[in-house]
Design a protein around this ligand. Structure first.
Ligand code: SAJ
Length: 452
């Protein structure tokens, strides 16, 4: 089938190839629009009728602020280069098909790839002879060869490498920067063979203006899951050092500052937990390789450390309320920040949501504020009024403007818990606030000099 690959190369070079995109969410839709923008004919398929209808009406279904996406969608729908369908039959002429469906883990953190399996089965039944299938979803190591390949071979009645070609090019998108990351962030390009990887590089070169690193399928699976697990483990390390500082009377922010002056160190930021769609999930995909021993792994331990941070912040809050003489059941607590990341409206796997539930379980009356979440974006001064305590859970820019004199004038009690190193706590302490902070032992500030 070398001639089939050569045919693909020609159709990629002159952009006469038809590209299919399965899954038109926050990964697939920008991919579809971008390939259409550069001149390919693109056919998108999604199971959600309402989403397909909105796309064909040139209305982006992606929430949040995604610079350039809405206009680009309107452009490629208007010029006919991109159209969406709910039917896989629309893909019968596609020379290349990317698969961008959700690949979650289930309750017990086991990969749950039903959407991927359905996509492969439905695509396989209409796949054009000699077409290339590229999975962009993040998958556990071994998924491409042990699951995707047999699913496609069974559904198509053809063999990978002769009847069709297989690739894995994991996405590296970030909500809020979907088009930017697609165009400007390098990609690992995993091919079933080196020749397939080479064809994939030629394809992605049309839209990605950054490093394209060809490799094999398994390495591509390992790189994507490992790069996110790497970040999760490093965040867990920072959180664990913070807990140690609290236990022994230290200040993690001073410690981190000095650690990072040591060559080759780059300690990340302790905080109120790890949210988002990638970091909490991908370590479990990588650790699934351990099978029954998974939960003893460093990756699983790091997940447990990070997932325990909301409870740590709830403990600090209860401690501060006690010192402030406010019974939890009498306390009005304002949680500042609900999205998973500073200055973002993305609330997926929000650690603040866990924190709010824990405070409710303590009996507190909990209010949540977030300038980026429409339903929570109240006037901050109004939100602060009458509160006994505030908990800074997300480092939104707006919260850096909080001043002790303003808070003292509107709050019922002067209690502040800072889980994201936003405030100058000494200023608040001077104004009589009870303060707690992740990684800072009560009573200890920047330096833990012995009391004079
Ligand atoms: N977080 C910390 N401490 C840190 C860094 C992050 O607590 O030092 C928390 C954040 O508050 C958030 C979560 O971790 O709740 C994830 O934050 P993130 O900065 O990793 O942002 P993500 O989830 O959008 O991660 C994405 C990933 N990119 C892709 O998957 C393409 C990740 O691989 C990137 O490293 C990250 O963006 C990035 O560097 O911006």
């Amino acid at each position: 089938m070398r001639e089939a690959l050569d045919q693909l190369l020609r159709k990629i070079a002159d952009q006469s190839a038809t590209i299919g995109v399965v899954g038109l969410g926050y990964v697939g839709l920008p991919v579809a629009c971008e390939f259409a923008r550069v001149g390919f004919r693109v056919v998108g398929v999604d199971v959600k009728e309402e989403r397909v209808a909105r796309i064909n009406a040139a209305v982006s279904p992606i929430e949040g602020n995604e610079p350039g996406l809405a206009d680009l969608l309107a452009e490629v729908i208007a010029n006919g280069r991109f159209q969406a369908s709910t039917r896989y039959g629309a893909l019968t002429e596609a020379d290349i098909v990317t698969i961008n469906v959700d690949t979650p883990v289930d309750e017990d953190r086991t990969p749950h790839f039903e959407a991927l399996r359905a996509a492969c089965t439905d695509l396989g039944s209409v796949l054009k002879l000699g077409a290339m299938v590229i999975v962009e979803s993040t998958v556990a190591p071994g998924t491409m060869c042990r699951q995707v390949r047999p699913w496609l071979e069974h559904a198509s009645g053809r063999e990978a490498g002769t009847g069709f070609y297989l690739g894995h090019c994991p996405e590296r998108v970030m909500p809020g920067k979907l088009l930017h990351n697609l165009r400007s962030v390098g990609r690992v390009v995993g091919g079933q063979t080196a020749a397939v990887a080479d064809v994939m590089v030629r394809l992605y070169r049309h839209v990605v203006h950054a490093e394209l690193d060809p490799t094999d399928l398994l390495t591509a699976e390992l790189v994507k899951t490992a790069e996110n697990a790497y970040r999760d483990v490093n965040i867990a390390f920072a959180n664990e050092v913070a807990l140690i500082c609290e236990a022994v009377g230290g200040n993690v922010w001073r410690v981190r500052d000095l650690v990072n002056r040591s060559p080759g160190r780059a300690m990340l930021l302790p905080g109120s937990g790890v949210g988002g769609h990638c970091i909490p999930k991908d370590p479990w995909l990588l650790a699934s390789a351990f099978g029954a021993r998974r939960d003893e792994s460093l990756l699983a331990t790091a997940r447990r450390v990070n997932d325990a941070m909301p409870a740590e912040v709830a403990r600090l809050t209860a401690d501060a309320l006690a010192e402030g003489g406010v019974a939890p059941r009498e306390a009005k607590v304002l949680v500042l920040g609900h999205s998973y990341l500073e200055n973002s409206d993305d609330t997926r796997n929000s650690p603040s949501a866990v924190l709010a539930c824990l405070l409710l379980e303590l009996g507190c009356e909990v209010t949540v504020h977030d300038p980026y979440v429409p339903s929570l974006a109240r006037d901050l001064q109004t939100a602060l009024s009458g509160q006994d305590a505030i908990v800074i859970s997300v480092a939104h820019d707006q919260y850096f403007t909080l001043r002790p004199d303003v808070l003292a004038s509107v709050m019922s009690h002067r209690i502040v818990i800072d889980a994201r190193h936003v405030l100058d706590l000494a200023q608040f302490e001077e104004r009589g606030f009870v303060i707690r902070a992740v990684g800072v032992a009560p009573g200890h500030r920047i330096e833990a000099y012995a009391a004079l």
